[in-house]
Ligand binder design. Structure first.
Ligand SMILES: Cc1ncc(COP(=O)(O)O)c(C=O)c1O
Length: 487
């Protein structure tokens, strides 16, 4: 270990200069080169967020009596969102640190609700589409819940009949997305809501992406299928402020139709020598900065600001969708609600992961999807200026891969391709765990991830199996088809 806290405090300018220098290796998100990690609404708005955050950087919402200002902001943001999502007057909720925390809290509360109401259930099940965000897998893993995933239709919407079939005596809740991350597709929430009502199950709608986008898309006159509290079966909604509400990072909302449901999320420890401890969400200390920045974002933008940003975003996403569809060999995947774009290869088209590599070589930060192989873009108004550049680069990247199909067998394309196909998912998880172990190994600051990915027994097996994998998988598929015909 070579890094130590400096023996003597350094001058402010020096510390800040070092921080600024470290940013040089980050992707140019202000320039629109990143698509899902950052939601940037321009310099003026960014300054507002920074100042609001700084004003409350030391504030702690763990004690709402000591920080009545922060509690007031939390209540106001929650109530504004409840109105936006057409919640009844009974709607309640709390701020969390992000979409994952909102979902973790929702799943923990749904489990505890079931423990109260149906204590005989030992192994609770939540039924959700296979496109649901992995925060649900994480929650299921942490809280001993089985996440039963059902397939989606060709249009990437959950198959409601399959969902109905997946419900069993141990089912404690249903979940669906508005929209899901991968393709921006909204599940048929109305139909899922009917199912929930029929089976008397709570329904959580994951609107982490859509919560602060869909209401404006609807107001701009585009068709948006019902997804919010207007749907009778919907009992809770997660909606991220740090996505399309253009808040600073670290802010999301979990809303409930009523306190009868929300009460299960409260945690109280009565015997702590430090005093009675009550906490509404997952974390203990609740940082004030993100709360203030979220409040500032809603007030700084206002309805007209959100409508302007949404109009620009939709225009940009439409342009990128049309541009990609016009490139021979590519196609748009999924019927997105608007601001999210996913594209993949048309039949006979180029290897998507190889095209993604060529785009990264041109300075884009690319989000790759699997089953099917896709490139994902969460567009924002900030991408308006780069849409033409992006399309030109996609066309050039496709041309390169068409000219040299061997690019699919090298670089990260080979690795992503194989990872998506390997049927033994435990092997994939093992390899990825190795990468994380390398990243967090003692003394490491900048790990050589590419070297690690191919490391170890599994890496070697994958390397060997890779070239034969397609043939082997085709063989398995043919055998399955033959068995189906025979039966
Ligand atoms: C649909 C959906 N749900 C949940 C999440 C998790 O949000 P976070 O990354 O803020 O924890 C995401 C993140 O992209 C998402 O797209």
């Amino acid at each position: 270990m070579t890094v130590r806290i400096p023996a003597h405090g350094q001058p402010v300018d020096q510390v800040l200069a070092e921080l600024a220098a470290m940013r040089q290796t980050d992707t140019d998100w202000k320039g629109g080169r990143v698509f899902s990690l950052v939601y940037h609404a321009g310099e003026e708005h960014a300054r507002l967020l920074e100042r609001a955050h700084a004003m409350y950087a030391s504030g702690n919402l763990l004690n709402p009596m000591a920080f009545q200002s922060l509690r007031r902001m939390e209540a106001e943001v929650t109530q504004a969102a409840a109105a936006l999502f057409h919640g009844p007057p009974s709607t309640v909720g709390a701020l969390t640190s992000g979409g994952t925390e909102s979902i973790l809290v929702a799943v923990a509360a749904l489990r505890d609700r079931a423990r109260r109401k149906r204590p005989w259930i030992r192994r609770p099940v939540i039924v959700a589409p296979r496109t649901i965000h992995p925060a649900f897998d994480k929650a299921a893993h942490y809280y001993g819940v089985t996440l039963r995933k059902v397939d989606v239709d060709a249009d990437m919407r959950v198959d409601v009949a399959a969902m109905a079939r997946a419900i069993c005596r141990r089912t404690i809740a249903l979940a669906a997305s508005a929209p899901q991350y991968a393709h921006g597709v909204i599940d048929p929430i109305e139909a899922v809501g009917e199912l929930a009502v029929r089976h008397r199950l709570p329904l959580h709608v994951d609107a982490c992406i859509g919560g602060f986008a869909l209401p404006w898309v609807e107001r701009l006159g585009r068709p948006v299928p019902p997804w919010d509290f207007r749907v009778p079966g919907v009992t809770s909604i997660s909606a991220d402020l740090h996505k399309y509400a253009y808040a600073g990072k670290g802010a999301s909302l979990l809303l409930w139709r009523s306190m009868a449901d929300m009460r299960h999320q409260f945690f109280i420890a009565t015997d702590f020598p430090g005093g009675i401890y009550a906490s509404p969400t997952m974390i203990g200390t609740r940082p004030g900065g993100p709360v203030a920045a979220a409040w500032a974002a809603l007030h700084g933008l206002g309805e007209d600001g959100f409508l302007r940003l949404t109009r620009d975003t939709l225009e940009t996403a439409d342009k990128i969708r049309a541009g990609v569809a016009a490139i021979p060999g590519l196609k748009v995947v999924g019927d997105s609600f608007g601001t999210v774009v996913a594209w993949g290869a048309a039949p006979g088209g180029p290897d998507v992961f190889a095209v993604a590599d060529r785009l990264e070589a041109r300075g884009w930060s690319i989000d790759r999807g699997q089953h099917p192989a896709t490139v994902h873009l969460t567009c924002t108004a900030n991408h308006k200026a780069i849409a033409d550049r992006y399309l030109a680069d996609v066309a050039a990247a496709v041309a390169e891969v068409v000219a040299d199909p061997s690019l699919a067998k090298s670089g990260s394309a080979a690795m992503y391709g194989m990872m998506a196909k390997v049927p033994v998912r435990g092997m994939v998880a093992y390899s990825v765990r190795k990468v994380l172990e390398a990243m967090y190994a003692p003394g490491v600051i900048v790990p050589d991830l590419e070297a690690t990915a191919g490391d170890g027994v599994v890496g070697k097996v994958l390397e060997r199996v890779g070239p034969h994998l397609d043939r082997a998988l085709d063989g398995v598929a043919a055998l399955r088809a033959r068995l189906r015909r025979a039966s």
